[in-house]
Design a protein around this ligand. Sequence first.
Ligand SMILES: N[C@@H](CCC(=O)N[C@@H](CS)C(=O)NCC(=O)O)C(=O)O
Length: 220
Amino acid sequence: MIVVHHLNDSRSQRVLWLLEELGLPYEVKRYERNAKTRLAPPELRAIHPLGKSPVIQHGDVVVAETGAIIEYLLETFPDGGLRPAAGTDAGRRYTYWMHYAEGSAMTPLLLSLIFSEIPKRTPLLARPVARAIARKVGAAMITPQIASHTTWWEAELGRSGWFAGERFSAADIMMSFPLEAAGSRAGFPDKPNCKAFLQTIHARPAYQAALKRGGPYAYA
Ligand SMILES: N[C@@H](CCC(=O)N[C@@H](CS)C(=O)NCC(=O)O)C(=O)O
């Protein structure tokens, strides 16, 4: 049995979704973020020293990091055609997006989240100054980066509606979280391809089934 250590409102939603797409049986062990810090509870460190989600256990095997978990599942079980053949253009694109999602796309999104926390976590008297600094640095260094990434997604999705080749693949599952995170505040009013991508994936039966198994998810 595969056990998914699942944190609410988190990247582990992608693992549940993949398992539903593959039709594999699995068990969900749920963890709740601390309402104030948004961090995972300490019990998760008993499964993996970093205490982050997702982590899966499959027999004696423990795998952390979303991309590594997805690759493990696709290598271990029939991959359901979710991995384009290596050596093809779609295969190269697949590898790119699988690495890019956490390696590049999430960096400015995470910085944006951290900068939005700075004023909230600053003593009241210093808050206006903290807010002004966070806003100025964010506008100069983070917002343009996010714009550049989302423009890139919009152009790439214009090819087929999917990230790697002509068909839905696990690269689309991997890229769902950056798009959901980037679109969570305003949606994508000026990016029809990104908007359509999110609508299409959210309508997939496996995505919906994963939501039922994972519980409330703020980004869907
Ligand atoms: N790159 C890692 C990121 C893992 C990660 O940071 N997970 C977040 C949830 S989205 C987490 O566990 N946060 C709670 C914490 O850091 O305590 C992956 O894709 O698995």
